[in-house]
Design a protein around this ligand. Structure first.
Ligand code: SAH
Ligand code: SF4
Length: 396
């Protein structure tokens, strides 16, 4: 199926298979060095270890193979050793919903019975996978549905890269062994955005390791320019992102004064606009990436005036930037409304005239609650009350 084929909405429930609890170590999510150590620990001679890492890496991340028996360039006895000690395990997909516009939302179950959401968004020239980094979020942005859910835990690197693997499974995008290299034609899954549930920079090591795996040329091989990490503004980790991941950066900016940003993105109280902007100024050079995406959610009467647009342009002066205007996506009980279309256009116009690209993000997958900020696993019990959210955000 091509990414653009018309799909009518369906809800598909995929039977649960149990994650192995047999004590075997999962090889998914290990860095090359960790994989080497794991192989040596089961008797792989040091001298062969590097070659074995390469072979197994390609089976897992290039060919999408999960069964050691199918790794035909390894000796039978070695394959047996591997399957006694290790597994190649990705999270279970509990259900998949397909929107009228082709957006696919996967409910992914991870160890402990927790659930996160992963969203695939097909577009004409690309296919973007929006992945989650945490179950819930410790932060409490007052317009975000995920922010109403308490943090349950950080995802492991395996669970983060596993979301890419299950999406490729569903899209049928692994090359077939023996039939080409799998590199012909455009990719269905060509881009990754860390814009699902959670604050990726509060789970730095796992996000970094998972993205390194996704970028590795012998596997999933996505260029670092096709990976965008979105942060609410964890200032001390921004320079580290440039150094250790080097992907594109998006910042949940959303307001042009500390007073308003304190309410919308409460992490602003810890790292206010001036400090954030300093960190952002250094990012493009440090990561050798062209520009930063400023995400700006359009909330009626809150942050959407002409004055806001002009202040925004002033604030980001000197930073190579693109401003992504996000019409607010409503969720049950949300304390805001989406700005009118004319207001959004007028705001975009001021930014555009100042010389910045100002695309308006079309909401995708709204009918299945897959749009930005709507993600939240319905089964999750640890919820914050509305009063709690309002008081944490300083609204109450
Ligand atoms: N925690 C990270 C990444 C996840 S949120 C961050 O905050 O950047 C991805 C984007 O969706 C962020 O820019 C977030 O501010 C935005 N968002 C959250 N709730 C939204 C909503 N209800 N409508 C529109 N955008 C929303
Ligand atoms: Fe967390 Fe991002 Fe939502 Fe804020 S916008 S609550 S940081 S997921």
């Amino acid at each position: 199926m091509t990414a653009n084929a018309p799909i009518t909405q369906d809800v598909l429930t995929i039977p649960r298979k149990d994650t192995p609890t047999d004590g075997r170590r999962n090889l998914v999510g290990l860095t090359r060095e960790q994989l080497r150590e794991a192989l040596v620990s089961v008797g792989t001679p040091e001298k062969q270890a590097k070659m074995r890492v390469n072979q197994i890496w390609q089976w897992i991340y290039h060919w999408g193979v999960r069964d050691f028996d199918a790794m035909t360039n390894l000796a039978k006895t070695y394959r047996a050793t591997l399957s006694e000690n290790f597994s190649v395990t990705v999270p279970d997909v509990v259900s998949r919903q397909v929107s009228d516009d082709g957006t696919r939302k996967y409910l992914v179950r991870i160890a402990g019975g927790h659930e996160v959401e992963t969203v695939y968004i097909p577009e004409e020239d690309r296919g973007t996978l929006c992945i989650s980094s945490q179950v819930g979020c410790t932060l409490t942005c007052s317009f975000c549905h995920t922010g109403t859910q308490k943090l349950v835990r950080n995802l492991t690197a395996a669970e983060i890269v596993g979301q890419i693997m299950v999406a490729r499974d569903d899209l049928g995008e692994w090359p077939e062994p023996g039939v080409g290299s799998g590199e012909s034609g455009p990719r269905l899954l060509s881009n990754i955005v860390l814009m699902g549930m959670g604050e990726p920079l509060y789970n730095f090591e796992s996000v970094r390791d998972a993205m390194k795996i996704a970028m590795d040329g012998e596997g999933i091989a996505l260029s670092r320019r096709r990976i965008t990490l979105s942060t609410s503004g964890v200032v001390p980790e921004i320079a580290r992102t440039a150094e250790e991941i080097g992907c594109m950066l998006a910042i949940s900016f959303h307001a042009t004064t500390d007073e308003v940003r304190d309410k919308l993105v409460p992490i602003n109280k810890r790292w206010p606009l001036a400090e954030l902007l300093e960190a952002l100024k250094a990012y493009p050079k440090a990561s050798n990436s062209e520009r930063i995406t400023f995400e700006y959610v359009m909330l009626k009467g809150v942050n959407d005036s002409d004055e806001d647009a002009r202040r925004l342009v002033q604030l980001i002066k000197g930073i190579p930037a693109k401003i992504n205007l996000i019409p607010f996506n409503e969720w049950p009980g949300a304390p805001y409304e989406r700005s009118d279309w004319r207001r959004i256009k007028a705001f975009a116009d001021i930014i555009y005239k100042a010389g910045y690209a100002s695309p308006i993000r079309t909401p995708r997958g709204e009918d299945i609650m897959a749009a930005c900020g709507q993600l939240k696993s319905a089964t999750e019990r640890a919820r914050k009350s509305r009063a709690e959210i309002a008081s944490e955000a300083g609204l109450g």
